[in-house]
Design a protein around this ligand. Structure first.
Ligand code: WTA
Length: 662
């Protein structure tokens, strides 16, 4: 990366100190960094003691066969007991675990209700008994393909309780995606629902399971499908396979003795896309994962007993696993579980829920924040959100302007924003400000949290000096790290550990696949996947950096940048921009105006070759911009595979908009 680019990036001078009150009572204080660094294993042992162990470990970490880690060796525990039973046993059974907000506003069909820890315990025990009756034993895999309803959480915890690793498949995935996951992990049972609600209408789920079962090939392993009746819509029924939740789970006993499992017993497999077509089944195990989820949720959100927490992720993603199910419930929090979308039945739906449930900690994604920015502040301004005290962001780099808007408009300038960097593979938050310690910089994830060691290195694995960029690595094992790729140890080693193998001086580094830079204070700025980093005339430029520059222009709502092949410069910067509603069509000179704005913000090298004004951007169902498709447009090729887009018509909109505009 050129010196000029970097010095321009570092013009971000805004700092947000933690509120005094929060700092004074923060769960973690600044001393934790040094304490953890001095003796990481002692620090992690201390964190593991947040949990109830049936048997304590004899060794904190066994790293004798890297990169295959064993944490809390010899320890035994039950994850569901830790998330539910122990809170009830401690006399907190009446505390609300889930404020479930169903999507339909009609109370008859919404199912909106509060579920206490005592009630959750009964539900989990019933489901554990029912799954056992269906033949599920410890070690068997159970797939979960469900809407965001309490039964999804119950099903996950019931699996954990009986030691059957779950694999949750996002309800928006197709039957093909479901089939490939069922086959890869050889699932014995699928838990699903007849359907779920989306924007006010019932949308079917069960047919995709029926279809997936026909596609799982000769090693067909699904024996039973357990179906929650959510919408009441018609479903095909196979008596040999299908069973209703209300005929089984709801009839089962609420008594169930939770057995303790080895700390390294598999807890779940979460599929995530890699650079190749075949999704990777990321394996997480019990003791280390739960320690990481519980510790980070407590530390990064400065969790207090009276907090009302809301994470807007879907349980089909890792964020839903670590920060809806395992972290928050292990910590005994009261949280909102919301079935619907942010803008249905109206655009202020989220803010209305925050006001109504008095949410104090809110965790969402930059893509959502930017779309709210686009709509303007009048909508959030209609709601009293003074209950909020901490805001979190996850999933992609947050542009400084989006960060400031989030803090200012949603958080009333009181709330620290924690920009949390982590991955499906890391299991838990790795790099983040601590809300009571860190003076936040908009756009920076700041530093590795206590207990984690991250570094930015060059191609040879040497730490880069402050003020330069490189590759983000984790330099020491951590409890919630993935243990392998399901059924493919070799791919695990190749993908994550072969880029920076052990040398005489140091062990192997975990390579995250992200680029990052260290600013002059040594704070980290995650720039995005390295495959999204462009090389323009030998200068490394981040798509994110240029996107942030564009979004800082008052007329811009959202921007996506790709590097398109260019004869002169190797790659050239191409930007796709959505304008804010109040900006209208932006005026005749909008394209030049934006190109020059980037030039001014970052430097001449970053000035886009092209700026295309578009009505929408292509996004995956998890909200990530599919730059590959934009690159096709920028390079004037036929647009590639659009099947993983949340809305496959978006590419048509873009293409037709561009041909009109051209
Ligand atoms: C990106 C989601 C910048 C990053 C928890 C990572 C981020 C990938 C951030 C993992 C952040 C996530 N700042 N980039 N705060 N959080 N990412 O597995 O590229 O769905 O490698 O896990 O998202 O995505 P995943």
């Amino acid at each position: 990366m050129s010196d000029e680019t970097l010095s321009n990036l570092l013009h971000e001078e805004r700092r947000f100190e933690p509120p005094a009150e929060l700092a004074a009572h923060a769960n973690l204080q600044a001393e934790a960094y040094d304490r953890a660094a001095a003796d990481p294993e002692a620090f992690w042992a201390e964190q593991a003691r947040r949990l109830d162990w049936a048997e304590e470990w004899t060794q904190v970490l066994d790293w004798s066969n890297p990169p295959f880690a064993k944490w809390f060796v010899g320890g035994r525990l039950n994850a569901a007991h830790n998330c539910v039973d122990r809170h009830v046993e401690a006399g907190r059974g009446d505390k609300v675990a889930l404020h479930f907000v169903g999507e339909p506003l009609d109370p008859e069909t919404s199912g909106t209700r509060d579920i206490t820890y005592a009630e959750l315990k009964d539900l989990v025990c019933q489901a554990a008994n029912a799954l056992t009756d269906l033949g599920v034993q410890a070690g068997d895999r159970v797939a979960i393909y469900m809407p965001m309803i309490p039964e999804a959480v119950v099903a996950m915890l019931a699996c954990a309780r009986i030691g059957a690793p779950h694999t949750v498949v996002f309800g928006g995935f197709s039957s093909d995606a479901l089939a490939s996951r069922l086959t890869d992990c050889q699932a014995k049972v699928v838990v699903t629902a007849d359907g779920g609600y989306r924007r006010g209408t019932a949308s079917a789920l069960k047919p995709a399971v029926d279809e997936a079962r026909t596609k799982t090939g000769p090693e067909h392993t699904v024996e039973k499908v357990l179906v929650v009746r959510r919408t009441g819509q018609e479903v095909d029924w196979d008596d040999a396979v299908d069973v209703w939740w209300h005929d089984t789970v709801e009839q089962a006993s609420t008594e169930h003795e939770a057995q303790a499992f080895d700390a390294e017993h598999p807890l779940y497999v979460m599929y995530t896309s890699g650079t190749t077509g075949k999704p990777k089944g990321i394996l997480h195990t019990t003791g280390g994962y739960l320690t990481g989820a519980a510790y980070t949720h407590w530390a990064v959100f400065d969790l207090k007993p009276d907090d009302v927490y809301w994470c807007t992720a879907d349980i089909g993603w890792v964020t839903g696993h670590s920060y809806i199910v395992y972290g928050p419930l292990a910590n005994g929090v009261t949280q909102v579980l919301y079935e619907g979308t942010p803008d249905s039945p109206e655009r202020g739906r989220w803010w209305q829920i925050i006001e109504e449930k008095q949410v104090s900690i809110f965790y969402t994604a930059p893509t959502a924040i930017r779309s709210f920015m686009k709509q303007g502040r009048e909508i959030p301004d209609r709601h009293d959100m003074s209950s909020l005290r901490i805001l979190g962001s996850v999933g992609e780099p947050i542009n400084p302007e989006a960060y400031v808007w989030y803090r200012h408009v949603v958080g009333g300038d009181r709330t620290p924003v924690v920009d949390t960097w982590w991955q499906t593979e890391t299991g838990a938050i790795m790099i983040s400000p601590l809300p009571g310690v860190t003076a936040g910089k908009p756009g920076s994830a700041m530093t590795a949290i206590p207990g984690i060691s991250a570094e930015v290195v060059d191609d040879q694995g040497r730490p880069v000096p402050d003020g330069s960029g490189g590759l983000l690595v984790v330099t020491a094992p951590w409890p919630s790290m993935l243990r392998t790729i399901w059924g493919d140890d070799e791919r695990y080693v190749d993908t994550y550990w072969s880029r920076f193998p052990a040398t005489d001086e140091r062990g192997a580094y975990y390579f995250a696949g992200d680029g990052a830079k260290k600013d002059s204070d040594g704070d980290l700025w995650v720039l995005g996947r390295v495959d999204d980093v462009m090389n323009v005339s030998g200068h490394r430029l981040s798509t994110t950096e240029i996107e942030s520059a564009l979004v800082s222009h008052p007329k811009v709502a959202e921007a996506a940048v790709v590097g398109a092949k260019d004869e002169d410069t190797g790659q050239a910067v191409c930007a796709f921009v959505i304008l804010r509603e109040e900006a209208g069509d932006g005026g005749a000179d909008i394209v030049e105006e934006l190109r020059n704005h980037v030039r001014k913000e970052i430097g001449p090298i970053a000035k886009p070759r092209q700026v295309m004004i578009v009505p929408e951007l292509p996004k995956t169902r998890s909200g990530k911009i599919m730059r590959r498709l934009l690159r096709d447009v920028a390079e004037d090729r036929e647009v590639g595979d659009v099947t993983t887009l949340a809305d496959s018509s978006v590419m048509d909109l873009i293409s037709s908009g561009l041909s009109k505009g051209a």
